[in-house]
Design a protein around this ligand. Sequence first.
Ligand code: FAD
Ligand code: 2HG
Ligand code: ZN
Length: 469
Amino acid sequence: MDTATALTQLRAAVDAAGFLVAPDTIEPYLNESRGRLHGQALAVLRPRCTDEVAAILRICHTHGIGVVAQGGNTGRCGGGVPAAGQIVLALERMHAIRAVDALDDTITVEAGCILAEVQAAAAAVDRLFPLSLGAEGSCRIGGNLASNAGGLNVLRYGMARELCLGLEVVLADGRVWHGLRRLRKDNSGYDLRDLFIGSEGTLGIITAAVLRLLPRPRHTATALLAPSSLTAVLALLARARAAGAGGPHSFELLPRIALQAAAEHVHGCRAPFAELPPWSVLIEFGARGVWIEAELEALLAEAFEAGELDDAVIAQSEAQKAALWRLREGIVEAQKALGASLKHDLAVPVSRVPAFIEQACSALAQQLPGVRPYVFGHVGDGNLHFNLSPPPGMDDASFLAAAAPLTRTLHDLAAAFEGSISAEHGIGLLKTAELARLRPPLELELMRRIKDALDPQGILNPGKVLPPR
Ligand code: FAD
Ligand code: 2HG
Ligand code: ZN
């Protein structure tokens, strides 16, 4: 590898604002969103168009330089953190909305578009782009697709993969795959698009995408529920899915410890129940017609009658809806403010959620008495963020030092429950060893073959997803 020549060529491939090497200018691109990992890089490249991305990849391919793509750098498992000798490829300047087609119900956007901007562009033509998550004001669509993001509306609309019809991707050697198709149906050969979605920058650089648009609900109905038990959460979910047109789009589990933390530590958060129940559920429906509030009221009346609910608060205004969502989003903020936490992003079949939570909490309590699980999130999808805070009085460093066995316990249990160690955040840097430990050898072999076929020199996000051989 001739680094000096490569850097000279890279500098020439972009404009002045597209090539950063000064330590203070590259610093923001070296850290991950939780501040736990700190990387290094030769330079940060900020291309303006697909041709510039292709030129950068050609140079890196020739010189064997690792390329780490970055969108909004909000990822949760270190996938965007570069290592010495690598470059960061930040897509932030490629943020054009190339086309909005209301008849095809599609929007074509560049990878650097902020998710909230895509949502706004859809709303401007009275359509919905349903991907929604706490980081939507800063994450970018290329990052959402590269990590197959989930979020708050998966129950009804699916993950990023289900919302994408076509992709434009720059391959490891700099060739461009023009796959910006707008088709709902296309069985002409293997699905290349789905290979790149969720590949976390290890198979190609996504430069643009065609996304699906949906009818925009004119009305939403939102409530915070106090289910009578964890099992009742599932009964409520089943009941809710049969209600409204298509069921709720959000069904989020919120434990007492997390709501307490949000109410105490996050500005503007207030829990609406006088006494917090062990578990709450934030539910939201959307519809074009106005009947949706009445439908929610009827649903809750039936659930009360069936003994599934102890209490419920229906938001009466947009401000009250926002306040309930602030409480949900406040959990992540509050746990950060409280110090170190161990994040886990698990999935189990929905039917097994209560048993999984019970067994996992008791196994953790035996392993580290006093450990505080914040079990929250997208329970409607069987996806639990099982974040652990240290026992009272234990300092962060000792807690993090004791982390690996706790993580192993949770991951082993998730596997035993036919689940996943990464429901939505991906593998990145932090979970490669666990992926190798828990996925069957045949699956790992197939993944490696795909990686070798698309990136024979291993320059795309080296060390991420698949562990070194
Ligand atoms: P980045 O962090 O920049 O990158 C993520 C990965 O994709 C990296 O491996 C990177 O190399 C790769 N990559 C980025 N851009 C490209 C590209 N153009 N081509 C190829 N590879 C690329 N995630 C969820 O799934 N659901 C949630 O509910 C959710 N909530 C969150 C809430 C908060 C407050 C925060 C901070 C994060 C949350 N996340 C959630 C995690 C994160 O926001 C998502 O994973 C998001 O999709 C990442 O987008 P990004 O642009 O920040 O990607
Ligand atoms: C969420 O659902 C996100 O809020 C982030 O996936 C979870 O950071 C976390 O713990
Ligand atoms: Zn989540």
